[in-house]
Design a protein. Structure first.
Length: 338
């Protein structure tokens, strides 16, 4: 491979902390780029030629979809930024204007409210593990936290405040980018958390951390950890373990597998906030979104309340039409129904 490209990869690894997996992916991309160059000096390539490589060539020669071309664009842009700004080998950056392929916007999978209800009834409340699982699920559903934030919670991340004469709980999870936010805990999750924290089974577990705090949600089985070392941080759930807990209860409750993902619960939270017309800035704060566009997607999902309003208030609902009688029969409850 061209010596300059190898120097670029070393720079990314040593100075930018690029992971080994990403370095290997970049190396494969640069190898394809070198094949395309066919002996030409990469320092003589202009922006139009780079557009030809990242666009028509990758599409036609390699049959790459737009989403698959994105890492190629990222690699080429980073390479020429390095050659221009670090090595000072170019008078300008020819790759600066190369656009990333547009990706279709996908609406997230959302857990249905009825399935969220079934999920909350799935744990066995007669066992400590069941109370713990119910509290974890309540925080996921009622607070919209990411699963990474859920498993990192310590007891010190719980706060109580007096709101209109009532003691209410809030949590401060730390999630993407090590950012934290304060989220009010709904009454149902508040109660389940208190039941969990006061459970005798929790009192028997050493869950202290090095900074004097205590792990909030603890595991009770870890076959990989010796019994004498099974305390403190070793008691903390992994994201994989929490996901397995969610999936186990969901499958037992008969919930479709596509909805058994932590983000499906988070999307339910965001959708319900949108349906209740919570201000978009408040939603952004509650969801922990850096970009308002991430929050606005839930407006597309919040259709149930609008549909009901339209059915009730639209002009066709107030006049007789050729299908009015049929609709009446379809919406009428069967005899004996409650």
């Amino acid at each position: 491979m061209n010596r300059l490209m190898e120097e670029f990869l070393l720079f990314k690894a040593d100075n930018k902390g690029l992971a080994d997996r990403s370095i290997r992916a970049y190396r494969d991309i640069l190898q394809r780029y070198e094949d395309w160059l066919a002996g030409r000096d990469p320092l003589t390539i202009d922006g139009d030629q780079l557009l030809a490589f990242t666009g028509p060539y990758l599409h036609k020669a390699l049959n790459l979809a737009p989403v698959s071309r994105t890492p190629y664009v990222a690699c080429i842009r980073e390479l020429y930024r390095y050659l221009w700004s670090v090595r000072k080998m170019l008078p300008r950056d020819p790759a600066a204007s190369i656009p990333y392929p547009r990706k279709p916007r996908k609406l997230p999978t959302v857990m249905e409210l009825s399935n969220a209800e079934r999920l909350m009834w799935a744990p066995d409340f007669n066992r400590f593990e069941g109370v713990r699982d119910a509290a974890m699920l309540a925080v996921l559903i009622g607070c919209g936290v990411r699963i990474s934030g859920l498993v990192r919670l310590n007891e010190g991340h719980l706060t109580t405040q007096n709101i209109d004469g009532e003691t209410r709980m809030a949590i401060r999870p730390t999630e993407k980018g090590d950012k934290d936010r304060l989220i009010p805990v709904p009454r149902e999750a508040d109660l389940l958390l208190r039941v969990y924290l006061e459970h005798p089974g929790l009192a028997e577990i050493d869950r202290g951390t090095e900074d004097g705090d205590q792990v909030l949600f603890v595991t009770t089985r870890n076959r990989r950890c010796p019994a004498h070392e099974y305390y403190g941080e070793r008691r903390r759930f992994s994201t994989r373990g929490a996901f397995a807990m969610l999936r186990r209860h969901g499958l037992a409750a008969g919930i479709p597998a596509p909805q058994l993902h932590p983000h499906a619960l988070r999307h339910l939270y965001g959708t319900e906030l949108a349906e209740e017309a919570v201000d978009v800035l408040e939603r952004q704060q509650l969801m922990g979104h850096a970009d308002p566009k991430s929050t606005s997607i839930y407006t597309h999902l919040a259709i149930r309340k609008l549909t009901g309003s339209v059915d009730k208030a639209n002009p066709l609902g107030k006049v007789s039409t050729p299908v009015s009688q049929l609709l009446g029969e379809m919406t009428r409850k069967p005899t004996g129904a409650r």
